[in-house]
Design a protein around this ligand. Structure first.
Ligand code: HEM
Length: 279
């Protein structure tokens, strides 16, 4: 049973944490990497083998997967909140932190549900390789668009979900010491004193200038790349090349309300992948 009082307490604590550390982006990435292991061909009935939003990312070996480099920092940030509100499960806490981060940074309210069952040990971790690669050679073969489809369709998500969820790159940065997938170790947007919230550690390359603000600027800058200080991975630029992705990407570049409405639906779907609910 969900303890509403503890959930509300944890929400308030997460808001304070984000205000103090500007850590909203990494909290979003943590929840996405917990959920994104889901394999729809196994199906949620086979919990926890199917992967998904079950909190297994907190265990070795999953947190040590190459794709999760740097996410240990997010676990460390959330641990005191877990200790303070022990009845909020890990899987719920990770998803709560992400949805709260989206909202606090100016994004839409996500229609969230709570009561996820937690994975209880490392034996419930998922094999490496279920999350998308950010650069060629694509482990699934083919091109960037094919890779995104192979990975997200395996989760049971659609082309529209791929484009909407990619819009989360409106916030955050890539770091040389984590993914290594940044063209510069530091940019004018991530250097000392440049953090829009004033409080984050420096360095890395952001997709957008105001990288602690959740908005549709990601689609605008990826569509019309003029600023060499900004990052765009091949999996970002392909959204404006592949004809099916392009339909949604163009819409979101033009209309922030349309992006927010679709993002909220896709984010909620992502947060429920593979979930077994507590009775
Ligand atoms: C479409 C395929 C995706 C690829 C290839 C991808 C790749 C990456 C990479 C390489 C980084 C940099 C990590 C680092 O060096 O610290 C990153 C960061 C990030 N990603 Fe994605 N990502 C994808 C989808 C998503 C989705 C679906 C979400 C959420 C809904 C998301 C949210 C984020 C956020 C918020 C960050 C910033 C983290 C930070 O600032 O610490 N990404 N992503």
């Amino acid at each position: 049973m969900v303890n509403t009082e503890q959930l509300e307490g944890a929400t308030a604590a997460i808001k304070e944490l984000i205000a103090a550390k500007a850590c909203g982006p990494i909290l979003i990435r943590l929840a996405w990497h917990d959920a994104g292991t889901y394999d729809d061909s196994i199906g949620a009935a086979a919990w926890p083998k199917c992967g998904g939003a079950n909190g297994s990312i907190r265990f070795d070996p999953e947190i040590l997967h190459g794709a999760n480099a740097g996410l240990k920092n997010a676990l460390i940030l959330l641990e005191p909140i877990k200790a303070q509100f022990p009845e909020v499960g890990y899987a719920d806490l990770f998803q709560l932190a992400s949805a709260t981060a989206v909202e606090v940074m100016g994004g839409p309210t996500i229609p969230m549900k709570y009561g996820r069952k937690d994975a209880t040990g490392p034996d419930m971790c998922h094999p490496e390789g279920n999350l998308p690669a950010g650069a060629a050679p694509w482990p699934t073969g083919g091109d960037a668009a094919g890779h995104l489809r192979a990975v997200f369709h395996r989760m049971g998500l659609s082309d529209q979900d791929i484009v909407a969820l990619s819009g989360a790159h409106c916030v955050g940065r890539a770091h040389a010491s984590r993914s290594g997938l940044c063209h510069k170790a530091e940019t004018k947007y991530t250097a000392a004193g440049a953090c829009p919230m004033g409080t984050a550690a420096t360095g890395g390359a952001s997709w957008t200038p105001e990288w602690t603000k959740f908005d549709n600027s990601y689609f605008q800058v990826v569509k019309d790349p003029k600023d060499e200080e900004l990052l765009a991975l091949e999996t970002d630029t392909v959204l404006f090349k592949d004809p099916e992705f392009l339909k949604y990407a163009e819409k979101y570049a033009e209309d922030q309300d349309a992006f927010f409405a679709d993002y909220a639906v896709s984010h909620a779907k992502l947060s429920e992948l593979g979930v077994a609910w507590e009775a």
